[in-house]
Design a protein around this ligand. Structure first.
Ligand SMILES: Cc1ncc(COP(=O)(O)O)c(C=O)c1O
Length: 338
């Protein structure tokens, strides 16, 4: 089969394919808490995409930076919270492509830990040479972006705006491609019915996976764990709309309304604020499998994954894949939690 993504501009950044490995010790640990053996458990190591600490944004940025270069842009502008993994990965991708990078970081997470405002991803953003603009949580985002885009153009530059999380149809192509890679990895192991579980936030990862499933026509189902919005239904609707934009870009049929499954039980008080089950999940995976998660996304995602497994929610499949979307530098910003 010819590569359905080959016609899109792409700038190579990621080490692919990322490993797909079995978590036998986690499975045994969960089985000991249950009255039956759970499905086989795998982890897809997208924390190992290889770009300045790795993570899911690398796959999206291959297409976004490819698009920026194709359009002749010289400055990438993006946004997120102070500890945004997306911002760190964008700074690294821009550096690798020889582009300037402006990060507009909103001070929107009321986390008081002393390292939050200087260490973790922020430290790496500085080392990567990004032009960092910190804005208060209540700043008018539209006005801020207009000002920065005008400023770049006034200086003779050509800006390329990457939305929060790299989550538009172009960025989501990275996860349509990732879906094909995961499905091929399961096929190569002779695994039939399977499901992918992952942390979902700005939605491009899940939308891309859903689009990838439409592209392939069959394969593992997808279940997101909401780590971002209190309104779970609105977030699921947004992901479905983005998946439809992604399939439109691919020129294939849109997914049906049931394609987006989103667990809203593990967000806690709000985005970026630690929960007890996140901390337990981070420590459990570290101690059972030697794999480090992060406090904002994958820790809550894994908390959902483990709770779902223990509740028997995935007894209908042979294997579950936890998609590790990265974020490990965030642990240093939350050092007081562990
Ligand atoms: C480590 C990590 N995992 C998961 C996500 C969620 O991905 P998405 O924003 O595509 O939903 C993010 C997004 O910032 C992330 O940094």
């Amino acid at each position: 089969m010819t590569d359905p993504l080959a016609r899109f501009p792409r700038f190579t950044l990621a080490h692919l394919p990322t490993p797909l490995t079995e978590m036998t010790r986690l499975r045994a640990a969960l089985a000991a808490r249950m009255d039956r053996t759970p499905p086989r458990l795998f982890i897809k190591r997208d924390d190992c995409t290889g770009l300045a600490g790795g993570g899911n944004k690398t796959r999206k940025l291959e297409f976004l930076i490819g698009d920026a270069l194709a359009k002749g842009c010289d400055t990438v502008v993006t946004t997120g919270a102070l500890q945004s993994n997306h911002a760190r990965q964008t700074a690294a991708a821009a550096a690798a492509a020889g582009l300037r990078c402006v990060l507009v970081l909103f001070d929107s997470v009321p986390y008081a830990g002393h390292a939050y405002r200087g260490s973790g991803n922020l430290l790496l953003d500085r080392i990567l040479g990004a032009d960092i603009r910190v804005e208060p949580a209540d700043a008018d985002a539209g006005a801020v972006f207009t000002r920065i885009m005008d400023e770049i153009e006034a200086g003779g530059g050509k800006p390329y705006l990457v939305p929060v999380g790299g989550s538009n149809a172009v960025g989501s192509l990275g996860y349509a491609a990732a879906y094909l890679e995961i499905a091929d990895g399961l096929d190569a192991r002779g695994i039939g019915a399977a499901r992918i579980v992952h942390a979902s936030s700005s939605g491009g990862t899940q939308a891309g996976l859903v689009a990838g499933r439409m592209l392939r026509g069959a394969g593992p189902s997808i279940a997101g764990v909401n780590v971002y919005r209190a309104d779970n239904d609105a977030m699921a609707a947004g992901i479905l709309a983005l998946a439809a934009k992604t399939t439109a870009l691919l020129g294939i049929a849109a997914p049906g309304p049931d394609a987006v499954v989103l667990d809203g039980a593990h967000l806690g008080a709000r985005y970026g604020m630690p929960t007890a089950d996140m901390k337990a999940a981070v420590e459990c995976l570290a101690r059972e499998e030697g794999v480090l998660l992060d406090p904002v996304y994958t820790g809550k995602g894994m908390a959902g994954f483990m709770a779902q497994v223990q509740a028997g929610a995935h007894n209908d499949v042979e294997a579950l894949v936890f998609l590790h979307t990265g974020g490990m530098p965030g642990l240093f910003a939350y050092e007081g939690e562990f």
